[in-house]
Design a protein around this ligand. Structure first.
Ligand SMILES: Nc1ncnc2c1ncn2[C@@H]1O[C@H](COP(=O)(O)OP(=O)(O)OP(=O)(O)O)[C@@H](O)[C@H]1O
Ligand SMILES: [Mg+2]
Length: 397
């Protein structure tokens, strides 16, 4: 056996030791060929598994073995099924040759052909085997890259949908901001005149009317202020905050005003989570989310505000990889139907009737998170509850 590790790898299955010597002699000048000889046909498959031939020569007449049966076995085994198999025999009967081809042989050589012819035939079949292997490898690589391409196309479609959604929100937010600004100016004028009327009008009934109108103006101003905050994200005074300490330090009435049910429980991780945020706006946003959660649990359920940190791995669906401080407002209330969930972040989208809801709480939260380079998402199931998650880039504490 030659020890060169070249492309042509010939496995001979023949009980006659002389055949091996003949073959070794014939391939003596072929420096790129490696040969292995197996004398026991039953060990042919084991040898093929180990040797990985590119072509096999099988003797048709061996004691105690039906050559055609051996060819069938070699054709059926995955280790040898695709390796070209050349029969070697002293038989010249065309019927024997035909039976060999029918069994799956690729060629038939009558012992012994001329050296030039034998090496040329063996090489041609070996090359065909190598080309087929290369083709199979390329096909597998193509299938892999097609799968990768499909995955990337899907990711791109998701990213485009998210971008479209973000642009829509931005546009609505900006429009709302412009309108809110103008309406605010008008409300200031009305308020000024109402105050003057109040001073100039001592009549009690008229004063009551003026007070009612002033209250309406106050509610309108609240709304426009909220709208402006939504549009701008209000990141005036960002500072590094240890969120655990911050949330513990907030006056209890922010999350649990008098009479509000159910109480909002705090579940704060003991490890510090620091982020650069505007604390006043953060408090407002969390109060809005707790308000939503509490409204959703009016028929029963619990509300919890959870703080911890999260390491988001690369290739996670929607959140860019990184370390985040994570605040979750979790409730076990009414939850949202899928169509509500889809639109929940849209400014002015509300399912609450009358003056109860302006549809700005979640839009405000989304604007705030965007301005602080964070991420917001919500998971909800109708009848089971909702979890709104805010993530902010974690700072070294
Ligand atoms: N925790 C929650 N559980 C169930 N539905 C919710 C929850 N949070 C928000 N929603 C749904 O999303 C909608 C939009 O919420 P958002 O806070 O933006 O506005 P709103 O609560 O309707 O009004 P506003 O907050 O301005 O008073 C709500 O009307 C409600 O249908
Ligand atoms: Mg709300």
């Amino acid at each position: 056996m030659y020890s060169n590790d070249n492309d042509l790898r010939l496995l001979l299955v023949d009980d006659e030791r002389m055949s091996a010597d003949m073959l070794l002699g014939m391939f003596a000048g072929e420096s790129d060929a490696t040969l292995r000889c197996v004398h026991d046909p039953d060990s042919a498959i084991a040898a093929a598994l180990d040797f990985k031939p590119t072509v096999m020569l099988v003797d048709l007449r061996m004691p105690g073995v039906d050559g055609l049966d051996l060819i069938h076995r070699l054709r059926d085994h995955p280790a040898t099924a695709a390796v070209p198999l050349l029969m070697l025999s002293t038989e010249v009967d065309p019927h024997v040759k035909a039976a060999g081809f029918a069994a799956g042989a690729a060629d038939y050589l009558v012992k012994w052909p001329d050296r030039v012819e034998l090496t040329a035939r063996v090489r041609a079949h070996s090359n065909a085997c190598l080309v087929a292997r290369e083709r199979d490898r390329a096909a597998a690589a193509l299938a892999d890259s097609r799968t990768a391409l499909l995955r990337r196309t899907e990711q791109l479609a998701h990213a485009q949908a998210a971008l479209h959604e973000a642009q829509k929100m931005e546009a609505i937010g900006q429009l709302a901001g412009t309108v809110a600004h103008d309406v605010n100016n008008i409300l200031h004028i009305i308020n000024g005149h109402l105050q003057l009327m109040r001073i100039e009008n001592p009549d009690e009934r008229a004063r009551r009317r003026i007070d009612a109108a002033t209250d309406g103006v106050r509610r309108g101003t609240q709304l426009t202020t909220q709208l402006l905050a939504t549009a701008r994200g209000n990141s005036r005074t960002s500072e590094s905050i240890d969120l655990g300490a911050f949330l513990r330090g907030i006056d209890g009435t922010v999350f649990n005003p008098a009479g509000a049910m159910p109480p909002c429980a705090l579940d704060l991780a003991s490890t510090p989570s620091c982020a650069s945020l505007d604390p006043i706006e953060l408090q407002k946003v969390l109060a809005e989310l707790v308000k939503n959660a509490r409204e959703a649990t009016s028929g029963g359920g619990a509300v919890t505000l959870v703080l911890d940190s999260e390491q988001v791995a690369p290739r996670t669906a929607q959140v860019p990889a990184g370390s985040y401080a994570r605040i979750r407002v979790v409730d076990t209330g009414a939850g949202m139907a899928p169509d509500v969930q889809r639109r929940a972040f849209e400014p002015f989208f509300t399912t609450k009737s009358g003056v109860q809801g302006a549809g700005l709480g979640l839009a405000l939260a989304a604007g705030f998170v965007r301005k602080h380079h964070g991420h917001i998402d919500l998971e909800s199931r109708a009848g089971h509850g909702t979890c709104v998650t805010l993530r902010f880039p974690l700072q070294a504490g």
